[in-house]
Write a new protein. Structure first.
Lengths: 211, 469
């Protein structure tokens, strides 16, 4: 997994609540057996005017110019700003892969759906939950100035605005540690293989029907 | 000390170790696998040269992509991309030694339907699957939740997951449901009440006399949609209904082990003095048949209500999402829901494709005909065994005589990864769980309802209150 320490980048405003994972990556792309290549189809139904299918050349499809990610400079944004309950719906990790493949490294919203939130950390995408009022204020700033940038520092858990204001954010210690170091958590868990075996031994006694 | 909630009992029984920040390594008893969220996980194992920790805990089935057309099934999947994905599952299961119910197996079906049916879902288990509707299995007093592909790989490699404890919520539904009102209406009403994010961060236990009165099928319908209220985990306490259902199923324990298990399961309920972080109360008698009108399951109303008016919503963000939803759905504010005509009907999905659902739908349809304006009405049973049993009861004939199509099991038009889908602008009465934009096909318009309500709509050609039907 790619490390995450600091990020300074353009913020794309996606002014919607309940952005679901079906919208982030429609189901037809879930047939892929790979982890990469989903970027061109991120938000496919909103981004293109014609229906998309896997294997199409997306560069020749008709784009919806009204959609924020089709507009410059947001096509090079690395931070996505959205409203509450971002990433609700299906568990598809493809949604996170589509966002990272597009170029996003962080999503800021008042709240996230649990599974999406979890999946993000496994792929070096930092989801940051801030108060709705703070998010609303960021929307105002971003709408007021095209190409508005934020700087995110994971170590100090702070976001710095262009005006120099600092916004603190929360992140679980363990997740922060994995992100900062780009660690694969399977490797970390396997360090506890003896504990897992000991648990299994005890469970075989107390609940033998599970084995 | 206060008593424990069911969720906390299940969590505590599965902790392998705890980190300083409270993050726990949890042991997973059952891992269900399907073709869409597993290929990258198996690939990850291979790349890291890792082996599955415990293959007998896993059970696999292809469901999302499989055709529901008998001819195509026999001939092989036509869509080459989908075919490769199903073959990849077959190959991975063979390579790693995982039991799989392949497409031609009578036990094949939707992952959340087949596992309980086989007794592979047991009370007291931790159960995961790379699918958000895994909450379904909480109906058995099991701690079940959906995970992403990285976590699928993590469970395959370690039999564990890194988890934080969720908060506890209890939804108390007391009283008796009116005639024609079902478990689906309970859960839609709950989501309408809580909103799609109301349960985020919580394990949601469903309790009260109306829940105890539900069959295990109805409880599965309710837990299935806990995720639509934001809760990854839905739960119902174990009682005789649970135990009677599990008894004698192929994967369930038998003999002495059965006695031992039943004994242990008697503790699988929240203690009477357990404290919940949040409690919600609903009166079952006041719940009416529900229909969603928007593009999020929380956009739901009783069938005798009108489409709501964004102009009357004071929260501007909400009003604008209502407007977007009505535009997408092609609906005018203040229209009576019962006047909305439909193009297609889908009875199926892991929410409502079990025998009880099919029987309820057939009871409404028997001796009647699908309305002329309905282009397609289909029933997709949740598993091969359900299909077989329904046919023994002659239910397939009831549907076919009325003008329904009777299909092979799979996810089908719940998410339209196979050929079953809505065309742009088509309106569907669907027993599935999500009405997101494009969920059942690009531009398609989904209204979530119970099987009885979907059947009544099929006959009437528009939504109609099944209680007057
Ligand atoms: S039936 Fe629908 S919700 Fe259930 S597992 Fe299949 S696609 Fe997901």
């Amino acid at each position: 997994m790619e490390k995450f320490e600091k990020l300074k980048g353009i913020v794309a405003p996606l002014d919607r609540s309940n952005v679901d994972t079906d919208a982030i990556i429609p189901k037809q792309y879930l047939k892929s057996i790979k982890r990469s290549g989903f970027g061109p189809n991120a938000f496919d139904d909103w981004r293109y005017l014609d229906p998309g299918e896997p294997g199409m050349d997306n560069t020749v499809r008709r784009k919806n110019d009204d959609f924020v990610l089709n507009q410059s400079p947001y096509d090079t944004a690395t931070i996505l700003l959205a409203r509450e309950n971002f990433g609700c719906g299906s568990s598809r990790e493809h949604a996170v892969w589509a966002l990272t493949d597009f170029g996003f490294r962080a999503v800021i919203a008042p709240s996230f759906a649990d599974i999406f939130f979890n999946n993000s950390f496994k792929n070096g995408l930092l989801p940051i939950a801030l108060d709705a009022a703070v998010v609303d204020d960021l929307f105002k700033k971003v709408h007021a100035k095209s190409g508005y940038k934020l700087e995110i520092d994971l170590t100090s858990q702070r976001i710095t605005t262009e005006e120099g204001d600092e916004i603190a954010f929360d992140v679980d210690e363990f997740r922060k540690y994995c992100l900062l170091n780009g660690l694969d958590d399977i490797g970390l868990t396997l360090k506890h293989a003896d504990d897992i075996r000991a648990y299994e031994q005890q469970r075989k006694q107390s609940a033998p029907w599970l084995f | 000390m206060a008593g424990k909630t069911l969720y906390d009992k299940l969590f505590d029984a599965h902790v392998v170790r705890t980190e300083n920040d409270g993050t726990a390594l949890l042991y997973i008893d059952r891992h269900l696998v399907h073709e869409v969220t597993s290929p990258q996980a198996f690939e990850g194992l291979r790349l890291a040269d890792r082996k599955p920790w415990r293959v007998d805990a896993a059970l696999a089935v292809p469901d999302h992509n499989v055709p529901t057309d008998a001819v195509e099934r026999a001939r092989g999947i036509t869509d080459p991309v989908a075919r490769i994905q199903v073959e990849t599952l077959d190959n991975n299961c063979t390579e790693f030694g995982i039991t799989e119910f392949k497409m031609d197996d009578i036990r094949q079906g939707i992952v959340h339907v087949i596992s309980p049916e086989q007794g592979a879902t047991l009370p007291g288990m931790t159960l995961v699957c790379g699918d958000s509707h895994t909450a379904t299995h909480g109906a058995f007093g099991a701690m079940a939740f959906g995970i992403g592909t990285s976590e699928v790989e993590h469970v395959l490699a370690t039999q564990c997951l890194i988890q934080k404890r969720m908060k506890n919520m209890r939804i108390n539904v007391e009283g008796t449901l009116g005639a024609g009102v079902t478990a689906k209406d309970i859960v839609l009403a709950v989501i309408g009440e809580m909103g799609t994010a109301g349960g985020t961060g919580y394990a949601m236990e469903f309790a009260g006399s109306a829940i105890r009165d539900c069959s295990i099928e109805g409880r599965m319908t309710i837990c299935n949609m806990a995720i639509e209220a934001g809760a990854r985990v839905g739960l119902v306490a174990v009682d005789d209904v649970t135990i009677d259902y599990v008894k004698g199923r192929p994967y369930a324990p038998s003999g002495d082990l059965w006695e031992q298990a039943v004994n242990a399961w008697s503790d699988l309920h929240s203690d009477s003095d357990a404290v919940f972080d949040k409690e919600v109360h609903l009166d079952a008698a006041s719940i009416k048949p529900q229909v969603t009108w928007g593009t999020s399951p929380e956009m739901v109303a009783a069938v005798d209500a009108n489409v709501p008016d964004p102009a009357r919503e004071t929260d501007t963000v909400k009003a604008s999402s209502m407007e977007k939803a009505l535009k997408y759905m092609g609906l005018e504010a203040n229209t009576p829901l019962s006047s909305v005509a439909i193009d297609k009907v889908f009875i199926g999905s892991c929410t409502n494709s079990r025998l009880e659902d099919i029987r309820a739908a057939a009871a409404v349809i028997k001796g009647r005909k699908v309305a002329a304006n309905v282009k397609l009405a289909m029933v997709v049973p949740g598993s091969g065994l359900i299909k077989q049993q329904a046919e023994r009861e002659g239910l397939d004939k009831v549907f076919i005589d009325a003008g329904f199509e009777w299909r092979e099991p799979g996810c089908s038009m719940c998410l339209a990864m196979n050929a079953d889908r809505l065309e742009p602008g088509e309106r569907c009465a669907s027993t599935s769980n999500r009405n997101f934009e494009g969920r059942q096909g690009q531009g398609g318009r989904t209204h979530l309802v119970s099987p009885a309500m979907a059947s009544a709509a099929a006959i009437a050609g528009h939504f109609v209150d099944v209680r007057d039907f």
